[in-house]
Write a protein that binds this ligand. Structure first.
Ligand code: HEC
Ligand code: HEC
Ligand code: HEC
Ligand code: HEC
Ligand code: HEC
Length: 430
């Protein structure tokens, strides 16, 4: 009896031991430490770049001497802030400032403090690093700087085959394809990471029939609007593109992605009657899903009933985004984001009270860079500065809860963006 119990106890201890060892091995040897996998191109920094002949430095400011307009645009873009961006800095800190993030956020070898000699078994935390003699901390602050896309082996690559520049130039047809965005906007998943599309994987999402196949649009068509101007000060007027790259941090850009239509049944509700509002949200202006990229991004669609004193008496909120289980394996459980030109109806039902004078139903759509909880966590633990806004209201409209509702409903011109706006016409895309 006693012996049997002892034997059983032994088996139990052995099983616990086995469990602990497997969990340890799983986390240290199998499961990647970052939320994405490696691919050959972004596993490495862009090799050391020397200054092209005729120029004083590789820095953006130097390019800005002659390419002033482009420089100012770039400086206002998120690419220029890809390193200093407080959201990046906070998440990077959370990930123990691991080097691999730099290969997209400050991708040039000249911008990185260490050189990677070897990545044993693809485990980024084990990489063998040595100090980089060519590291320039000031250059690191430039994030995705001009030379990342334009400089290779001392030569400046660009979209033209006839430019007369004071620096060596080479025509590269890649500039007028979406290939130029591939390295960074197509992050892949790693072992034990079951994403439908990798995090920040906008490129892979751009399978849209309409924008790509019918309209011939590429990433640049929407994110680098076409412009006719001298490319360099004093140079000839040419057709080129603004270096703006607006995205989720710019409410105006997000507004360009969505079209909204609200209907009600019945359109003239009487007191005591039940009314159903339907808000139709259309991805009318993005070539990929909305939201896209960073898996934290999401939209909320809200209905708020406010009484005559503006007090909220009922609130309904729906979320559009991706739901991901992060532990013990990454598993994308659910994705209800909208494909290009797809639409979704959100319904809200309410019993109109007997006296609903001056009551309203407020409809609202907001875009979130991340959730309030994540924001709080990053602020408390990882020094997020919290100066930057992270929630944007991109649609808001009040509807009266009485007979005048039908008038308000008619006062919604169908959004011209449905079917794609003129300003997003592809222009020079070949
Ligand atoms: C001293 C002035 C000057 C400086 C500094 C300068 N450029 Fe230029 N660049 C020019 C001129 C002039 C042209 C030709 C414009 C034309 O033909 O319309 C040009 C052309 C270009 C082109 C188009 C090349 C092509 O053939 O497609 C690119 C891209 C470019 N420059 C990038 C850069 C970058 C990046 C830097 C900084 C590392 C830089 N330039 C610094 C004057 C300058
Ligand atoms: C070398 C890497 C790299 C390349 C190449 C690159 N990007 Fe980016 N891009 C980034 C990084 C990193 C960010 C995020 C910066 C941040 O928020 O900290 C970003 C952000 C953006 C955003 C804004 C997202 C937001 O949250 O507002 C847009 C839009 C964008 N890129 C478009 C493009 C397009 C279009 C191309 C191709 C012409 C391109 N990018 C090429 C690295 C790159
Ligand atoms: C994320 C990649 C990326 C970065 C960073 C970038 N460019 Fe460009 N650049 C492009 C693309 C793509 C084009 C081609 C646009 C087109 O189709 O005309 C281009 C075109 C140009 C041209 C040719 C004129 C034109 O408008 O097409 C010049 C000059 C130029 N870039 C200079 C710069 C300078 C200066 C910087 C930094 C201040 C910079 N670029 C940063 C991607 C980039
Ligand atoms: C038809 C126009 C259009 C095309 C084509 C397009 N985009 Fe966008 N993109 C948008 C609009 C509008 C938004 C703003 C909506 C949003 O952020 O969800 C956006 C948002 C983004 C964002 C911001 C996501 C975030 O985290 O805030 C990134 C990154 C991006 N696009 C990259 C790309 C890349 C890379 C391509 C090419 C593979 C591309 N886009 C093609 C219109 C377009
Ligand atoms: C393969 C390229 C790549 C690598 C590697 C990479 N990123 Fe990014 N990251 C991007 C791109 C592209 C975006 C912009 C996508 C978007 O906004 O949807 C981005 C956006 C972000 C954002 C959102 C920034 C904002 O303004 O909201 C954070 C945070 C971030 N990255 C952190 C990291 C961290 C931490 C690592 C390393 C563990 C990392 N990234 C590695 C390409 C990369």
């Amino acid at each position: 009896m006693d012996q049997k119990r002892r034997r059983r106890g032994g088996v139990l201890i052995f099983l616990i031991f086995l469990g602990v060892v497997s969990a340890y091995l799983f986390y240290t040897e199998l499961r990647p430490t970052v939320i994405f996998g490696l691919r050959d191109d972004y596993a490495r920094a862009i090799p050391y770049q020397k200054v092209p002949a005729g120029l004083n430095s590789l820095k953006a400011k130097e390019c800005g001497r002659c390419h002033k307009a482009i420089y100012e645009e770039w400086k206002s873009s998120i690419h220029a802030h890809a390193y200093q961006d407080p959201f990046f800095q906070a998440y990077w800190k959370k990930d123990d400032n691991i080097w691999v993030c730099l290969n997209c956020h400050t991708p040039l070898e000249n911008q990185q403090p260490t050189l990677i000699q070897e990545i044993p078994r693809g485990r980024v935390e084990r990489a063998v690093q040595i100090p980089n003699m060519n590291y320039d901390p000031e250059y690191q602050n430039e994030g995705v700087t001009c030379a990342v896309c334009h400089v290779k082996d001392g030569v400046i690559h660009g979209p033209y085959d006839d430019s007369a520049a004071p620096h060596p130039v080479q025509f590269d047809p890649k500039f007028r394809t979406k290939q130029i965005c591939y390295r960074c906007h197509n992050v892949v998943s790693g072992p034990f990471q079951f994403y439908n599309v990798g995090p920040c994987g906008t490129y892979a999402e751009y399978e849209g029939e309409f924008f790509m196949k019918e309209k011939g649009m590429i990433c640049q068509s929407c994110h680098m609007p076409e412009v006719t101007r001298p490319v360099a000060q004093g140079g000839p007027i040419r057709s080129g593109r603004r270096h703006l790259w607006r995205g989720g941090h710019d409410p105006d850009m997000i507004k360009r992605a969505v079209a909204v239509q609200v209907m009600a049944d019945p359109p003239q509700p009487q007191p005591g009657e039940r009314v159903t509002f339907t808000l139709t949200l259309i991805n009318a202006g993005a070539g990929h899903k909305i939201p896209t990229g960073d898996p934290d991004r999401h939209f909320t669609v809200e209905f708020l009933v406010r009484d005559a004193e503006k007090k909220v008496v009922r609130h309904q909120a729906d979320t559009m985004g991706r739901w991901i289980l992060w532990q013990p394996v990454i598993w994308e459980v659910y994705d209800n984001r909208l494909l290009p030109l797809a639409s979704r109806d959100y319904e809200f039902t309410y019993d109109v009270p007997e006296d609903a004078r001056n009551w309203i139903v407020q409809t609202r759509i907001r875009y979130h860079i991340l959730t309030d909880d994540q924001h709080e966590m990053l602020r408390e633990k990882y020094e997020l500065t919290a100066k930057d806004p992270y929630v944007f209201t991109i649609y808001e409209r009040d509807f009266p809860l009485d007979e005048s509702l039908s008038v308000a409903l008619q006062d919604q011109p169908l959004d011209p963006r449905v079917g794609c706006a003129k300003e997003m016409e592809p222009g020079s895309v070949g």
